[in-house]
Ligand binder design. Sequence first.
Ligand code: FAD
Length: 414
Amino acid sequence: MPEQTIDVVVLGAGIVGVSAAFAARQRGMSVVLVDRREPGSETSYGNAGIISSSSVTPLNNPSLWKSLPKYLTNRHAALRWNPLWAARNASWIVRFLADASPSRLKPRADALRGLIGASGKLHREWIVQAGAGHRLRETGSLKAWRTDSVETAKQEQALLADYGIASELLDRQAISAIEPDIVPVYKVGLLHSESASVDSPGSVVKAYAQMFASAGGIIRPSEVTAIAPEGDGWRVSLSSGEISARHVVVALGPWSADLLRPLGYRVPLAVERGYHREFRPNPSRSLRRPIYDVDGCFFVTPMERGIRVSSGVELTDRDAPSSFAQIEQVVPLAREVVEFGDPVGEVWRGARPTLPDSLPMIGPAPRHRGLWLGFGNQHIGFTTGPATGAAIAAMIDGAPAPYDVAPFAPSRYI
Ligand SMILES: Cc1cc2nc3c(=O)[nH]c(=O)nc-3n(C[C@H](O)[C@H](O)[C@H](O)COP(=O)(O)OP(=O)(O)OC[C@H]3O[C@@H](n4cnc5c(N)ncnc54)[C@H](O)[C@@H]3O)c2cc1C
């Protein structure tokens, strides 16, 4: 493919970038996908592998106010925060909290419902097409309470029902019926029965990237150093040369804001860091689906390599040294539920890219033609990557997006 004929360069081969690249290729465009690492090696590698049907309520919702006092202690497993980071990012925090008001819940939940619904369909189609269907488990995802929280679970069930999302309320016995090998510590469960999970999110993204390459897309391993307008299109500077194209898609996850600053865009993108550790499974005590332990504030997911325990949110600089306090706090709690053996590999750290309203940016950059933004998918980017990418490919093609993208317009912030 001669470089001057390239329609689209996609920067970043996480789930969002790979999806945008594949969807653009499906529409017949010539596409180059650039990443300094192998596809699916960063945030899209280390997540809990859930393709969620139910995450329509962003983390900054009205219930956050009630939890805030316990979070301020900076000892809670759900949230740790660096005071220096907080001082430097006070305006992001204020905007994030402002969106936790009751009036801001419904519009954002409506928006996420569209994105999540469209993504679930694409994942289920693509994972088979990519030859990775064996990685998909249609066993739902279980949210579980150790305390007597039937009313809380019922409220969540009612909210999901308003959005047409099915869930099942479970008592201790019903939980044991679907997860016979876990220790019966949970009194109440809500089975998100329309959610699915995968046993290796990184491998799924690699399979989608391979599917893109098989469809005639080009994967170029290189560091992206800058982007600049050039004639009717864009010049992308790489550590290994340059590419010119008519359109450029920034899908660099938690690194996305860096590249946009020289163009005059100050994107209020923060990161909610998180950790995971994997452990050798006990083959006679298996886990059928991801469980979110509400009281312990961790996810435990059966993965290809073992049992993956994932931690809550750490608010600090993206590249600050790791702090293992949260993951060390939750591993013993996970052992109370699932029997597993020694660790496999080291602790992994990742950074959920988050804008103050917890909605991603999906669409055109307001002051540059041919520049498209797809990032900020927070806690549910593995779920929402496919429809984020597909909507961008549709917009580049001048076609309607498969759901309402207006709430995700980058112009709301830049
Ligand atoms: C602990 C944890 C658990 C999670 N669990 C879930 C879950 O169960 N379900 C769910 O839906 N979501 C989950 N998420 C969120 C999800 O993982 C992210 O939202 C999603 O992976 C973001 O994808 P992305 O493509 O935007 O970014 P990434 O996957 O980070 O991709 C960005 C890519 O850009 C590349 N890049 C960056 N800078 C450059 C450069 N200068 N040059 C070249 N390449 C560059 C990187 O190498 C990387 O490959 C979780 C996140 C964490 C941290």
